[in-house]
Design a protein. Structure first.
Length: 375
């Protein structure tokens, strides 16, 4: 028996009125995602600006001072201390007064002018591996560029491998450009779960579920009535978040809007189906909340948001295949940054469709079995 369009429409109308009549709920649905995007957009940032730097300059020449100025001009390093003694540099690193130490040996300018090797010692506080790795990359590029700019006339660069790095898709290597599109996926996941994980449980606690069960509504119509309003709200949030990402954070949207919309619809359906499944197996709203957050954290960790999936153990790489967040982040990053379309990302679309269909079928079967037993 196919679902009745009229009954589903009435159920959708009821859900929308219930969602939008409360001022606090409207704020949670439409304002909270924007605030969260702003917070995540600025907080989830692996760039390392104004890194505290301690300098020991034994050369005391215009060239050595110019090298330190080259570090500061980038905005990645800020000199917070200077000394004549290497022991002071070590003490600054030990006391976390500085993260980077630069020691320029005597004769640096003379050796550089002669075209010979001119060494500069860079010391880093490795207690934060990410900060140290990023700062090391910055420092290496600055020193190499400075050395090439100060080669004497007629002297060729040292022989060997001529390595020229040209970043694609994110030329300035800003972490925000990579992270903000992924934050969109996390917000859609959270919003879809919140809107649906508590829906059936709330009906049960309010005593209205029994009234709906004795109505002509079938389990499929009931769940469609719960799903469509949440999907509409999530799509509105998708548009709002996308516009803010492009206008405020200047994230380039190089790909097809249709490709992004199709992926978002499949992802929202998968997230809503998961929320409905949680709602059918929970008896109280507190239990639904606990189950939702129990699944939310692994879903984020295994999505590739914080850590590359390729660096995970093989067994976890396989587990990520059934995580819809992983596939949506792959698509949204490729669409925003690389301009990718449907063809190169077809496998992620297929996975999203399969996960959404399987989870929705499981939620419908679980709800039908639960209502048949009168739970």
């Amino acid at each position: 028996m196919s679902p009745s369009v009229g009954r589903v429409r009435e159920m959708v109308s009821k859900e929308l009125r219930q969602l939008l009549r409360d001022f606090r709920m409207r704020g949670l649905i439409f304002v909270a995602p924007l605030i969260q995007l702003m917070v995540f957009g600025y907080a989830v940032n692996t760039d390392v600006p104004n890194t505290e730097t301690f300098v020991v300059d034994h050369d005391h020449t215009a060239v050595s001072r110019e090298l330190i100025d080259a570090f500061q001009r980038t905005g990645y390093f800020e000199v917070v201390g200077r000394s004549e003694r290497p022991a002071d540099l070590a003490r600054a690193l030990d006391r976390s007064e500085a993260i980077v130490g630069i020691e320029i040996p005597p004769g640096f300018a003379r050796r550089l002018a002669a075209g010979g090797p001119a060494d500069v010692q860079i010391l880093l506080d490795g207690s934060s591996s990410n900060t140290a790795t990023v700062a090391q990359g910055y420092a290496t590029r600055i020193v190499q560029r400075f050395a090439l700019e100060h080669l004497p006339a007629g002297v060729s660069p040292p022989a060997g491998v001529d390595l020229r790095v040209r970043p694609w898709y994110n030329p300035t290597l800003e972490s925000r450009v990579y992270n903000v599109p992924a934050v969109m996926g996390l917000l859609l996941l959270l919003m879809s779960l919140v809107l649906t994980a508590l829906s059936i449980v709330r009906e049960r606690e309010d005593g209205t579920l029994e009234q709906l069960l004795v109505s002509p509504l079938t389990p499929t119509e009931f769940l469609l009535g719960k799903t469509l309003p949440a999907a509409l709200v999530a799509l509105v949030d998708l548009v709002t978040i996308s516009v803010l990402s492009i206008v405020w954070f200047h994230i380039p949207l190089r790909g097809s809007v249709l490709a992004l919309l199709a992926a978002a619809i499949l992802f929202i359906l998968a997230a809503i189906a998961l929320g409905l499944l949680i709602s059918t197996i929970s008896h109280t709203q507190q239990e639904a909340f606990m189950t939702m957050f129990l699944l939310l954290l692994p879903s984020i960790i295994l999505s590739g948001f914080f850590y590359p999936i390729s660096s995970m153990p093989r067994v976890f790489q396989i587990i990520t295949l059934v995580n819809p967040t992983r596939h949506f982040l792959e698509i949204v990053r490729a669409v925003f940054l690389k301009g990718a379309g449907f063809v190169p990302l077809w496998n992620h679309y297929v996975w999203l469709a399969v996960i959404a269909a399987a989870t929705m079928a499981l939620a419908i079967a679980r709800f039908a079995r639960t209502t048949a037993r009168g739970e």
